[in-house]
Design a binder for this molecule. Structure first.
Ligand SMILES: *Cc1c(COP(=O)(O)O)cnc(C)c1O
Length: 353
């Protein structure tokens, strides 16, 4: 605390990102990064930007990237917004679309950055409890609201909503903005992008950080009606006109255009997720059905804090949330097959001890 702080800063409770420690031979399964390298085409595109042209500002509108994403999703470029990671895109949505007199609804167990942005931007919120199976129940959202935000699949649970359920949510709420955060959708959930044409209140937010193995590049985007995109652009141009540098724009374009590498990476992670789930269940863990690149699991006989600490002692990092109902769960990123074997044998040792 300091007397130089503004009242705003004084009252913030910031998000705590997963640790990025420097430990030798660390098995890092705590922040849902991809275990795979970005495709060679992406790395070449990024390297190709290391030229004297870096003295010039990048395209503030990232036109070529927005056009590539529009083509990929069957939309027009004015239906695409890009930002410095989807965290920035989501923050702009909180400022530009989600602040109304009635509260913003989101699940009680969800991406823990949502309440942080709500506080930063003074957005009134109401948390809607997940059901006993840790699922989002659309019927529970039939209540007065100023806006709604949901991840699909949800985080940190990994459980997906069917497209018909998202459609029902949109039918229930035609007059308020609905944001679907699809950070993990590529790993097995249904995208809401086909609903954009009929629902001008729907904003779909995506990231290159997880399924595209580019967390270090910081690229995220939103898709929706051009009026929603204009709201985000107005906020962006009141904050930072150049959120994406030249290497980020070029690397992201190359990723969108290298669909073969993208699909192969997804298939390999989904296969490893199956092996990891089976291995955890064989050790007695209860694992929620996951459509993401992580699983959410608890052991009926062992506390989450103890398990996470014992894994850390073996240089394996997983994520635990010290929050009601989930304090004994571990969120474990799907790594390589080798990392998964190391995780399972470490857990076998810990449970036997
Ligand atoms: C990882 C994540 C994001 C943010 O990703 P960026 O790296 O900022 O693009 C957004 N929403 C959810 C639910 C996430 O898990």
């Amino acid at each position: 605390m300091s007397r130089y702080w503004s009242a705003l800063v004084h009252d913030l409770s910031p998000y705590t990102p997963g640790e990025q420690p420097r430990i030798a031979n660390l098995i890092k399964l705590n922040t849902n990064e991809s275990p795979l390298a970005p495709s060679p085409a992406v790395l070449a595109a990024i390297a190709g930007e290391a030229t004297e042209a870096l003295r010039l500002y990048p395209d503030p509108a990232a036109t070529a990237l927005r056009e590539a994403l529009a083509t990929y999703h069957g939309l027009s470029a004015d239906q695409v917004f890009v930002g410095n990671g989807s965290d920035e895109v989501l923050a702009h949505a909180f400022a530009g679309l989600l602040k109304h007199d009635a509260p913003l609804l989101y699940p009680d167990i969800t991406y823990s950055f949502y309440p942080v942005w709500a506080q930063l931007f003074g957005v009134a919120t109401e948390a809607v409890p997940l059901d006993a199976d840790f699922r989002v129940r659309i019927a529970d959202y039939r209540r007065p609201a100023g806006a709604i935000i949901l991840p699909n699949p949800n985080a940190p649970t990994g459980t997906p909503l069917a497209l018909a359920e998202i459609e029902a949510l949109l039918r229930d709420h035609p007059a308020i903005p609905v944001v679907i955060d699809e950070a993990y959708v590529d790993f097995g959930a249904e995208t809401a992008v086909p609903l954009i044409a009929a629902h001008p209140n729907l904003l779909v937010v995506r990231t290159f950080s997880k399924s595209r193995a580019l967390a270090g590049l910081r690229v995220g985007y939103a898709l929706g009606h051009r009026d929603l995109i204009e709201a985000l652009t107005r906020v962006k141009d009141s904050f930072n006109s150049y959120p994406l540098g030249r290497p980020a724009q070029a690397g992201a374009i190359a990723s969108v255009q290298d669909d073969a590498a993208f699909q192969a990476g997804l298939a390999s992670i989904v296969a490893t997720r199956g092996r990891m789930t089976a291995g955890l269940e064989a050790l007695g863990f209860q694992v929620l059905p996951s459509a993401a690149n992580f699983v959410f699991a608890r052991h009926p006989a062992h506390g989450g804090a103890d398990l996470a600490a014992a894994l850390r002692g073996r240089a394996i990092l997983v994520r635990r949330f010290n929050a009601p109902r989930i304090a004994d769960h571990l969120r474990i990123t799907v790594g390589t097959d080798g990392q998964t074997e190391a995780l399972l044998s470490a857990l076998a040792e810990i449970l036997a001890a």
